[in-house]
Write a protein that binds this ligand. Sequence first.
Ligand SMILES: [Zn+2]
Length: 462
Amino acid sequence: MNRNLFYLFLVILASCTEREKSSPNVFFAGEIVNPTSKKVFLSKDDKVLDSVRLDENSRFSFNLPSIEEGLYHFNHGNEYQYIYLGKGDSIQIRLNTMDFDESLVFSGKGSEINNFLLDFFLANEEEELLILSTYFQMNPLEFDKKIEELRTEKLALLSQLQSEAELSKGEQEIAEVIINYTYYNYKEKFPFEHRKRTGEKLISEMPNNFYAYRKDVNFDNENLTYLTPYYNFAKSHLKNLSYIGCEKKCGIENEEVISQLHFNRHKLSLIDSLIREKDLKDNLFRNVAMEYLLRGGDTEENNEIFINDFHLRSQNNKHLGEINELYEGIRNMQPQKKIPNLLVKDFDGNNISLQEIAKDKKVAFYFWSGNSKRYFKDVVKRVSELSKTNKDYLFVGINYKTDDITWRGMVSNSKLDKSSQYKADDFKELTKTLIFNKRNKCIITDDATIVDGFTTMWAANF
Ligand SMILES: [Zn+2]
């Protein structure tokens, strides 16, 4: 399954249908080849339900006496995977972390729907390449025809499975929803992707029936809130509606959003009027806030207008703490502010703050981790280029998520100057205080005062 599907919002669908089987117990077990951690977690929605340790043979098992039928997910290390569990199921898996999705196999009672969904996601990964490279360039009618072919083909496979394996009502529904919303999402994206690829004007008037499915879209079903294909569809749909709405009534000129502030507030108001279900609404509001704030390009005044609007519309948002923290963090990273006083460790093991490092000089901070040797090579090369053309700057490397020996070894084997290399031990603190949201981030300071807190090593203007 596409791991990218799982970045923020994971899975679900609790179904209320009952499947009569001999025992209500659910048994879920398996073997992990090349384990990357000691545990396996089982979750539903955004909550972890249970976890078990791997035994000495890298095997695990969950015994779940009172679990509702529905879609769950399990994870091991950084890998996530959906699993549908119904009463009386006894499911075994085997997977190799070296090749997670492709190696996974379900067997035992209840495995049919799981293998079906897995096959669907793998097939969709392939199809997506074709859609991105070819279909999005087609005209709307051709595109619609292709997407409908793919969708009906998958529904036909599902009904074939239904006749062979007697799926429960819940299994049938979840599979249908996943198939339908996966393809509807492509349709919502079509106008933008088509323009990007062909350079043609955005098609704001689609042929009749192109969006026919919209009349059946239901944003009130709480069982779907954490289902990734559905959530992705909701995001694309809202983007589409706000863009078209803005184009007709407000600030789009030459097909460019003139004001990100306006466009994102327009989106908030649309979510407010269209979505009733509390969690879905909270999650979508959060998504708009994160995207807008993390662009990092808007002024402090505009950020404030946005956050005030956000508070007005979503005062009980379950992500409020996180959003407020992000807003504060971004405020502290604006030009003219002192760089946050994060503590890092120098090559001799002494603690030193970023303000001390940046005092009385011009500094460009860049970041790297021992996890990616290739990126490290790129960034070292880039530092050496930039140092030649910007001799008045000190280029300071901040390492994260790397053990001491690896860090020292990598620095020593490179051409980097040890005296400008530091290590942040608390990655969470680093991401929070410096709004570290992309690895090529670069922060430019002059006498510890921020000049640009949101540029990259490749975009920076010195
Ligand atoms: Zn607007």
